[in-house]
Design a protein around this ligand. Structure first.
Ligand code: 5GP
Length: 177
């Protein structure tokens, strides 16, 4: 606290995001051809991404939402995952696709994956818009990755700092002043 943050450059522009999301949608559609998906949006960061992504998927798709605790007003991970909102639907026998905004340490996703696997889905895959592999401490890997990025604190296109900047149409980052 007491630190000041300034915006870095645009890291990934609007068009580049659109292009990559469309590619991911095509890849997912191919992989689940003639089948169905339950796409799980991890609130709130993945809201923008999943909205664009599912419109690029042309197989039978349902969406559901989960909320887990996040960092709050600091940029440090506590490693503590709390379920704030659970799924509305039963995923037993479904092809579950977890849609995440970013994988950092991987702790959130590792927990979520195990939590959802206990409900016996037919399959479970992970799609993340951003991946920061440098920071990984948990043993977890995404099946679909939008962009692999360096270790910066990202904002925009759904990602926040203290709930702000989610509405930026591009991906940027914050730096300590
Ligand atoms: P992990 O458990 O992998 O360390 O962190 C996962 C969650 O932390 C993400 O879903 C996201 O909400 C938050 N997070 C991780 N890195 C960043 C970042 O660079 N920017 C923002 N805004 N949130 C992040």
């Amino acid at each position: 606290m007491g630190k000041n943050y300034v915006f870095g450059d645009v890291m990934i522009g609007k068009e580049e995001i659109q292009k990559r999301v469309s590619e991911l949608g095509k890849e997912i559609s191919r992989d689940y051809k003639d089948d169905s998906i339950v796409a799980i949006c991890v609130l709130k960061g993945a809201v923008i991404f999943i909205s664009d992504l599912i419109r690029e998927i042309n197989v039978d798709t349902k969406i559901d939402f989960m909320a887990v605790s996040s960092y709050g007003a600091t940029t440090q991970s506590t490693g503590v995952v709390r379920i704030l909102k659970d799924l509305d639907s039963d995923i037993e026998g479904e092809n579950v696709l977890i849609v995440e905004d970013i994988i950092d340490t991987g702790l959130t996703l590792k927990y979520l994956k195990e939590y959802l696997l206990a409900r016996k889905p037919k399959s479970l895959k992970i799609c993340t818009l951003l991946d920061k592999p440098e920071r990984r401490t948990a043993d977890v890997k995404a099946d679909y990755v939008g962009f692999t990025i360096e270790n910066k604190f990202i904002v925009g296109y759904g990602l926040d700092f203290d709930e702000r900047y989610r509405n930026l149409p591009y991906i940027s980052y914050l730096e300590e002043e």
